[in-house]
Design a protein around this ligand. Structure first.
Ligand code: RB5
Length: 148
């Protein structure tokens, strides 16, 4: 299951992405926010990244104004690899090399059209494994070293 989430700064782009996922026949759960009232991006990051971290969802897409705050928050969760992406090449790399399980975009930096291209590239790309897996294993080792 794919999860979607944004704060107020990412609401419009999240709505565009939801439409795009529906067009592609991809099922998703929208974890909010649902209107333009100001909300705190760490709360939205937790709603999505918490479920991905616990293995209760496969992947997610998060949006805030720039994508910066919500990606910082999402990456606090074990097993989450949230990648803030601003173009198609980064989207491909985020999956092929980093196996990003959360794609992050900026609602104030990325147009709906560009957002669709980015989401499409990330969905279509495949993790390459090999040397990239050993690098991810090192990230997991760092997580374990610093967890209680
Ligand atoms: C909210 O105004 C804004 O700070 C937030 O959407 C995001 O850009 C934070 O990184």
């Amino acid at each position: 299951m794919m999860l979607l989430g944004s704060d107020h700064g990412g609401l419009d782009l999240k709505s565009a992405i939801a439409g795009f996922l529906s067009e592609r026949g991809i099922k998703f759960k929208d974890c909010g926010t649902f209107d333009s009232t100001s909300v705190d991006y760490p709360d939205i990051a937790e709603a999505v990244a918490g479920l991905v971290s616990r293995g209760e969802a496969e992947a997610g897409i998060l949006v805030c104004g720039t994508g910066i705050g919500i990606s910082i928050a999402a990456n606090k969760f074990p097993r989450v690899r949230a990648a803030l992406v601003t173009d198609v090449f980064m989207a491909q790399m985020a999956k092929e090399h980093n196996n990003a399980n959360i794609l992050v975009l900026g609602g104030r930096t990325t147009t709906p059209d560009k957002g669709r291209e980015i989401v499409s590239a990330w969905l279509d790309a495949k993790f390459e494994g090999g040397r990239h897996q050993s690098r991810l294993d090192k990230i997991t080792a760092i997580e374990k070293k610093f967890s209680c």
